[in-house]
Design a binder for this molecule. Structure first.
Ligand code: OFO
Length: 170
C-alpha cells in the first residue's frame, strides 16, 4: 500500500501524461492543417505513446490498491508559429515532465517507498530518451534554417517513424 500523498502525486502524473498526449495530438492536428503529413504522423505516434504512459500509472495505482482519480485535462495550445516552434515547445514540455518525474522519484525515496521508486525507474530512463529524441529534431530544424527543400526532407524523414506505443509491463 502506498501513502495518500504518494497516491495523489501519482494521480497528478497520470493527468500530466494525459495532457502530454492531448498536447501532442493538438500539434499533430496543427501539422495536418499545415500539410506536414510526416510531422503529423510523428506527433500522432507520440500522443499514443503518452497515452500508454498514462496507462502505466493507472495500472500501477490499481496494482498497489490505490485509488485512480481522473481530473480535468487542460486545453492544449491550438496553433504554433512554425513547425520548428512546435517541436521547440515539445522539447520544453519534455523538460517539464522530466522535472515532474524527478520530483516523484524524490518523494518515493523520502517516503521510503521502494516499490514506487522501482516503478518510477522506467520513467526516469524514458525521459532521458524522450529529451534526446526531441532535442535532436530541434537541432535539425536549426540546421535547415529557411530552406524549404530541407524542411520537405525533414517532414519525409519524420514520417518514417513506425514505433508503436511501448507496452512493456511495469
Ligand atoms: Fe510521458 O514522456 Fe513525454 O511527456
Amino acid at each position: 500500500m502506498i501513502t495518500e500523498k504518494m497516491q495523489d502525486a501519482l494521480n497528478g502524473q497520470l493527468n500530466k501524461e494525459l495532457f502530454s498526449s492531448y498536447l501532442y495530438l493538438a500539434m499533430a492536428a496543427y501539422f495536418e492543417a499545415e500539410s506536414y503529413a510526416g510531422m503529423a504522423r510523428w506527433m500522432n505516434l507520440q500522443a499514443q505513446e503518452e497515452h500508454e504512459h498514462a496507462l502505466k500509472f493507472y495500472d500501477y495505482l490499481i496494482k498497489v490498491n490505490a485509488r485512480v482519480k481522473l481530473t480535468a485535462i487542460d486545453e492544449p495550445q491550438f496553433e504554433w508559429e512554425s513547425p520548428a516552434a512546435a517541436f521547440q515547445a515539445a522539447y520544453k514540455h519534455e523538460q517539464f515532465i522530466t522535472q515532474s518525474v524527478n520530483d516523484l522519484a524524490d518523494l518515493a525515496m523520502n517516503e521510503r517507498d521502494h516499490a514506487t521508486a522501482a516503478f518510477l525507474r522506467w520513467f526516469v530512463d524514458e525521459q532521458v530518451e524522450e529529451e534526446a529524441t526531441v532535442s535532436e529534431i530541434v537541432d535539425n530544424f536549426k540546421m535547415i534554417g529557411d530552406s524549404k527543400s530541407a524542411l520537405f526532407m525533414l517532414d519525409r524523414e519524420l514520417g518514417q517513424r513506425t514505433n508503436a506505443p511501448d507496452t512493456t509491463a511495469n
